[in-house]
Design a protein around this ligand. Sequence first.
Ligand code: MRU
Length: 355
Amino acid sequence: MLVNGTPTRTVWMTDGVVHMIDQPRLPHAFEVCQLQHHTQTANAISTMVVRGAGAIGATGAFGMAQAALEAPDNGFHQYIQEAANTLSNTRPTAQNLFYGIRSVLRAIESEADDTARARLAAVDAAHAVADDDAACCKAIGEHGAALIPHAANVSTHCNAGWLAFVDWGSALSPIYVAHRAGNPVHVYVDETRPRSQGARLTAWELASEGVAHSIIADNAAGHLMQRGEIDMVIVGSDRIAANGDVANKIGTYSSAVVAHRHGIPFYVAAPTTTIDPDCPTGMDIPIEERNGEEVSHTWGWSDEGSFIRVRTTPVVSPTRNPAFDVTPAELVKGIITETGIVQANPRGISSVARN
Ligand code: MRU
């Protein structure tokens, strides 16, 4: 997608250096970080410099490629295994992260007897994960755009745009394709507390692309649905279970329940790399619990022109901060994948699952 007219990806790698957009600085500053070592790349995932299922999947793959380039000839495979553990332990919910790491591990294992070839295979595999992610998201846009009525009001939660992937995004990709085809779609952007990925990132993306949108407080979505002001919901996913249950950013479940109450179609857009066939139901998906300071504090741009962090809660009040929730399959109208729209049930999921 374009940033100030320049085609830009969320994360990429050149000569063993991982480059990524520094997402906590958006929308106030556009900066790109450069990470030289796989441990720095892992840290960028856990601190959410890069976030979103597809983006951390590609980043995990690039981190593994960095590890393959760093590893000594003597002890090569032990170094690789330790790097895989480090990268896997950054965030627990998004299946794409584990898919990205495993893809590079497999490429290394296919050249297990020759470390020089294994290093090259790792780099190629990491680039393939990133390119596949971008291609899948573009295809999701083409399949999903046909679902969006003319001049529809579409609601979305969190950021499932190109910042959450390598390019295009999942939930926002159909909106971009529809908009570019002349559909004057309008998007209601849930703010998405506590980290406000909707207000900060989705709004920035939509504004950059010229898509009409309004940011709403999370608790306004039900009211707008009740008044008939939202025609459909499209969200992304971090992990899809074999039965079609869907994990996504905390608050997605509430949106799905209210949409169901009002007969509003609720779609999930995700590449098939988000499917976890080894997870029987959504209740088996590990849900990340993050630091409570994300609830008690917020950060932003002061009128004086600097980033500041402020507390909004009583110092004595404890917090809970589950980062994801599970929407049961029965509330999902369809899953928009790169191969087309499938039903959120075991048959639909197994028809497109990769492994
Ligand atoms: O905690 P985040 O910002 O990584 O969570 C991202 C989301 O929940 C997105 O909606 C999700 O990744 C689906 S789109 C990649």
